[in-house]
Design a binder for this molecule. Structure first.
Ligand code: TPP
Ligand code: MG
Length: 891
């Protein structure tokens, strides 16, 4: 049947509609909004009983959530705060413009902070606590591109000098410099959270809020009303990480979390939602996810107009306009707003007939009005039972004049004409002496001025300034290596995987003195890794305990959730797991508690999938262990192209503070983890570890009793099995599971071809390369001094001859050592897409099985004229290798 009318959006009986509306109005007038809400709910239920489906409307009218009659007066000295804020604006502007005068295109942003200033300053003056009763205070995720504002305020507070500001984005010249964006790696006493890669701040803030509760529920951190504030751009909400984990906030009732979305309606290129309203879209998304939503859209000077909006026409007009039009209203001046906004309806035009164009233009948006912002923050602060988002409407480039304000290109603007600067000074009525204006001099209030005193008083009242990062000294002694005696002794004849070896090490740690600091994090893979026995041993963290009897309660390893559970079982979210790792691995600096996270996951879904979160973790000076399980392109059998990881070690090598290891045996893992805890938590070094562990079962040998083996494992290579029959003519390097294939090759080579070889375990090509690079650099820069020898050459000093290096990762991993082993290295690795098959087939295909390694050794010796080439050709066939098989890297 052809529908001519849409029954839901068209009014088929206006008379009847208005009667219903009047009834509702009466209820609201007489009994208040709660009663009206109750009745509407009952009506909705009744409609549902009769099969009437109503579309869920998650949007409230396009106005402030807090009605004017519920507002509290502003508690601060607004005049003084305004003068302070304007100076923050000024120095931020001067800093960026001057940096670009001396160094063309050095960059920086004016318009983000211009839109954010009030939102930040109200927080700085009234909400953001530097400490709470001597304990660490609120945690603030500042919008990355607004960094000039934060620097500028710290300058006013006397925490940064003029020299700092002059060196904004000039970190490599005179000292001290300021980094472009928030980077704890670069400014470890200032920035807490790297936020500039859009989307990472919000997801990290969410998991931070959950982690704070975790610490409280485990009795490690005293509960306080500490808050996590995350400032994000409206454009930033398009990143999947920004909104992807919202329901965690409501599910976990995280009323310690406040998001502030700076809804300036623009991103870099243009409007965020030109044809719609980003505020509405976000309101629905957050409300749908169970968040408390506070809209802060209109400033106080709209209130008298709303008070006269008896028939709701003003609101109607507001709800008709899309963001593209709102952008015009701020870019094109008061006369334009009069004509295009108010002018649409004669009644509205009349409403503003006594206002000048300037007055119309200065009708403010909520995010620029301290009273509205204060009230929104207060509500958010007091809200209980879940997280709050404040949707604050602002103007991008606020105060930068009509060439920049609300213009599409404003994000990139970093230069201003003298006229623009004068406009800015006038607009904000800045207390800056004219001579300072001309040269864009920085300006600070004299120490005895009321503003300087006010600033100090507010900071003292809030327990210290923000942002600031002050990690406490960690008092942890790493457990001795004997803690892992089981792993050092090996498994005897019993076959075990390195994954199970790692789990045993974790269990040993759970019996050690660092037990309480351990944070095992798993994204729904505990059973894959054989970690499910930990469920009952230490419990899965569940803020509400366990409200049900687990279905497997009668088994030993049942799914035990508890309020003080230690495991963070994240579900299928590697991003969430990484965010938890980040919260735990930086808790030494945020809360003064040195938590030791072990994030264990499918190695394929780590560096490749959430690499940027890992990069930010490094920037944040994160500590802990990334455990890449089911590693290797040929060791994980059956799974195939999307699962078989042969490159995470290549990716991990790109992260400067990541120490990557590909251990073969349990004792190697024990040595690496023990030393990792020592360096990170005892020696206070800021780095983290990536270890790959495999699921292939084999006998785990006892740690050989060789002098120096401990250090050698950490440095990256040691001779594991010498040739006993004859001096070696070739050396075989192996790592991870493939070390066993190397050992097989050693045996084949001797037994079938009387070729003697030594086998070496390479635990880390990446660490070997890093050491060699720094030695080489030293040699380069000190040509007159005796050259030093890289460790790899030291280790191989009595081991001349060719080397066949086999790995379950890409060939480029061993090839990292090629510069120091000229002409010696033959590399076998797993370049190409994985396949689903058994290990034997996979390794033959990728040519890293024992036979392929042996064949490569023979071939190399033939080329070196140490083996008859004809026999070598025969040997390759004998070993079952088809020399004309397709190349795995290309098929
Ligand atoms: C992951 C990522 N992609 C792209 C960028 C580049 N970038 C920097 S700022 C910006 C626009 C930001 O818009 P919005 O989030 O609305 O912030 P505003 O400056 O408007 O407050 C973009 C695309 C980035 N920093 N991070
Ligand atoms: Mg924006």
């Amino acid at each position: 049947m052809l529908k001519t009318k849409d029954p839901v959006s068209e009014d088929l009986n206006p008379q009847e509609t208005s009667e219903w509306m009047e009834s509702l109005d009466e209820i609201i007038d007489a009994a208040g909004p709660d009663r009206a809400a109750y009745l509407l709910k009952r009506l909705g239920d009744r409609a549902a009983e009769f099969g009437v489906t109503t579309t869920a409307n998650l949007n409230t009218p396009y106005k402030n959530t807090i009605p004017v009659e519920e507002e509290v007066p502003y508690p601060g000295d607004r005049f003084c705060e305004r003068r302070i804020k304007n100076l923050v604006r000024w120095n931020a502007l001067a800093m960026v413009v001057r940096a670009n005068k001396t160094d063309d295109n050095i960059g920086g942003h004016l318009s983000t902070y211009a839109s954010l200033a009030t939102l930040i300053e109200v927080g700085q003056n009234h909400f953001f606590r530097g400490s709470i009763n001597g304990e660490p205070g609120d945690l603030i995720y500042y919008q990355g591109h607004a960094s000039p504002g934060m620097y500028s305020r710290a300058y006013l507070e006397g925490r940064l000098t003029e020299q700092h500001l002059l060196n904004f984005r000039k970190e490599l010249r005179e000292h001290p410099g300021l980094s472009s964006y928030p980077h704890p790696w670069l400014m470890p006493n200032f920035w807490q959270f790297p936020t500039v890669s859009m989307g990472l701040g919000p997801i990290n803030a969410l998991y931070q809020a959950r982690f704070m509760r975790y610490l409280e529920n485990r009795g490690i951190l005293a509960p306080t009303d500490r808050k996590i504030w995350a400032f994000l751009g409206d454009g930033e909400t398009d990143e999947p990480e920004t909104l992807g984990a919202l329901t965690l906030g409501s599910r976990e009732k995280l009323d310690n979390l406040i998001f502030v979305v700076n809804c300036n309606l623009q991103r870099l290129d243009g409007p965020v939602r030109g044809n719609g309203r980003i505020v509405d879209e976000l309101e629905a998304a957050f409300r749908g996810a169970g968040w408390n939503v506070i809209k802060c859209l209109w400033g106080s000077n709209w209130d008298p107009l709303f008070a006269r909006d008896y028939d709701g026409l003003l609101l109607k007009r507001m709800q008709e306009c899309v963001d593209g039009e709102y952008q015009n209203f701020k870019a094109k001046g008061g006369a334009y707003v009069r004509k295009e906004f108010f002018g649409k309806y004669p009644e509205l035009a009349k409403m503003v007939e006594n206002m000048s164009d300037d007055e119309i233009y200065s009708l403010r948006r909520g995010g620029h009005d301290p009273v509205k912002v204060y009230n929104a923050y207060k509500r958010a602060f007091e809200h209980q039972g879940g997280p709050t988002v404040i949707l604050a409407k602002t103007v991008k480039g606020y105060g930068l004049g009509t060439v920049a304000e609300g213009r599409n290109a404003t994000h990139q603007q970093k230069k201003l004409t003298p006229e623009q600067v004068s406009y800015f000074i006038q607009r904000f009525d800045m207390p800056i002496p004219p001579e300072k204006v001309e040269h864009l001099d920085f300006y600070r209030f004299p120490d005895d001025s009321p503003e300087a005193k006010y600033l100090k008083e507010r900071i003292d009242a809030l327990g210290g300034p923000r942002p600031s990062r002050n990690p406490k000294k960690i008092e942890i002694t790493a457990p001795p290596l004997e803690t892992f005696s089981e792993s050092i002794k090996g498994s005897g004849a019993r076959a075990a995987s390195t994954t199970s070896a790692f789990v045993a090490i974790l269990k040993a740690l759970l019996k050690s003195d660092v037990k309480k600091y351990l944070v095992p994090i798993i994204p729904d893979e505990a059973r894959t890794f054989g970690m499910d026995s930990l469920f009952t041993q230490i419990g899965i963290y569940a803020s509400q305990g366990q409200k049900y009897t687990p279905v497997d309660k009668d088994t030993i390893m049942y799914y035990k959730e508890s309020k003080d559970g230690q495991i963070l079982e994240e579900g299928i979210t590697e991003a969430g797991g990484l965010a938890s790792l980040t919260a735990a691995g930086t808790s030494y600096s945020n809360y003064g508690v040195p938590m030791i996270p072990f994030f264990t996951y499918y190695s394929m879904f780590g560096f490749q999938r959430v690499g940027d979160l890992i990069w930010a973790f490094a920037d944040a000076r994160g500590k802990g262990f990334l455990m890449g399980g089911t590693a290797g392109r040929t060791t994980l059998l059956g799974e195939g192209l999307q699962h078989d990881d042969g490159h995470s070690h290549v990716l991990s090598s790109t992260v400067p503070t990541c120490r990557s290891y590909d251990p073969a045996y349990a004792y190697e893992i024990a040595v690496i983890i023990q030393d990792g805890i020592r360096t990170m938590y005892q020696e206070m070094e800021d780095h983290f570890y990536y270890l790959t562990v495999y699921n292939e079962n084999y006998a785990q040998p006892e740690m050989p009793d060789v002098p120096g083996i401990h250090d050698a494992i950490l440095k990256g290579i040691y001779r594991y099995k010498e040739s006993t029959e004859a001096p070696p003519v070739i050396h075989l390097f192996g790592s991870g599971s493939i070390l066993n294939e190397t050992l097989r090759a050693q045996q084949i080579l001797w037994e079938k071809y009387q070729i003697a070889s030594d086998v070496w375990s390479v635990t880390s090509y990446t660490e070997l390369r890093r050491e060699a690079l720094s030695v080489e650099r030293w040699n380069r820069l000190h040509p007159a001094e005796a050259p030093k020898t890289p460790y790899i050459l030291e280790a191989l000093k009595d081991a001349p001859g060719p080397i066949v290096a086999a790995t379950d990762f890409m060939k480029t991993l061993p090839d990292q050592l090629a510069p120091w082993l000229p002409g010696r290295l033959v590399t076998l690795g797993t370049d190409g897409f994985g396949r689903s098959d058994t290990r034997a087939y996979l390794r033959r295909f990728f040519e890293n099985d024992g036979e392929s390694i042996a064949a490569a050794a023979i071939s190399r010796l033939a080329r070196d004229r140490k083996f008859d080439p004809k026999k070598a050709t025969d040997a390759i066939r004998e070993l079952g290798i088809n020399p004309d098989a397709p190349e795995a890297a290309r098929v």
